[in-house]
Design a protein around this ligand. Structure first.
Ligand code: SAM
Length: 228
């Protein structure tokens, strides 16, 4: 199992506290809960999956392991995978778009009252996730960014609480901006190049679109320059 888990999922696992009762939403193969149980970090998890194929594959992986009593696989949409009486304390949602993660949280937000921590790894639109957290009384307590197979992944860790973010923090991440790691700089340099190329393609008379794109590029440059 240890060899199967990606660097990205290992990093997500780093943010799951000892003895958490974990719900892994969109668990697919259930590698994350399996890794956490196997590592002795947690003793119980629910692996939630909405699609039958991945659900079956998660079930099979759990059945084939010695951790059958520690991980329950449930076929469910988002946070419908657990009930209050399950007394879950931490949710992980990894490997999906930021908008989908925000939608899943929104659809099940009544169930979040008991949660001590959310560990979220959007593949894109991280700012949508930060904005949702901010609107729903979750504050970021940690963030990290990593590169794997040429792609950059951000991990956002939130706990109950209120903290307003600036527009820059919402877009780039309050902790990530502070840390200004190599991966962070690479990600945004790459994004600026991509946007610049896109800008060249926009006809000169599409003024609003060009202005919006130009503003995004300017913002990235400003953030990267400040720390260099
Ligand atoms: N979490 C794993 C990871 O990070 O490697 C798997 C990521 S996989 C790309 C996304 C998984 O989320 C898919 O298996 C998909 O079926 C599942 N999924 C998408 N929307 C979901 C929802 N609303 N509820 C539960 N699972 C969902």
């Amino acid at each position: 199992m240890n060899q199967k888990i990606s660097k990205r999922l290992k990093q997500v696992a780093q943010f799951v506290p000892q003895d958490a009762r974990l719900v892994d939403v969109g668990s697919d193969h259930a590698y994350l809960p399996l890794f956490l149980v196997e590592s002795g970090v947690i003793r119980y998890a629910i692996a939630g999956e909405v699609v039958s194929g991945p659900y079956q594959s998660a079930r099979q992986n759990i059945q084939d392991s010695i951790y059958r009593d520690c991980i329950e696989v449930r076929l469910a949409d988002g946070l419908a995978a657990f009930e209050e009486e399950d007394q879950m304390t931490v949710i992980t949602i990894a490997g999906m778009g930021g908008r989908l993660i925000a939608d899943i949280l929104e659809a099940g937000k009544d169930k979040l009252r008991q949660m001590e921590r959310l560990v979220l790894q959007p593949n894109n639109r991280e700012s949508d996730v930060r904005a949702w957290l901010e609107r729903n009384d979750f504050q970021l307590v940690a963030e990290t960014i990593l590169e794997e197979h040429g792609k950059f992944y951000e991990i956002l860790v939130a706990e109950p609480g209120r903290k307003e973010l600036t527009a820059i923090e919402r877009q780039f991440g309050p902790y990530l901006v502070q840390e200004m790691s190599q991966d962070f700089q690479q990600k945004w340099k790459r994004e600026a190049v991509k946007l610049q190329r896109a800008l060249y393609q926009i006809p000169a008379n599409h003024t609003m679109e060009r202005t919006r794109m130009g503003e995004k590029i300017r913002q990235i440059k400003e953030v990267l320059d400040v720390s260099q």
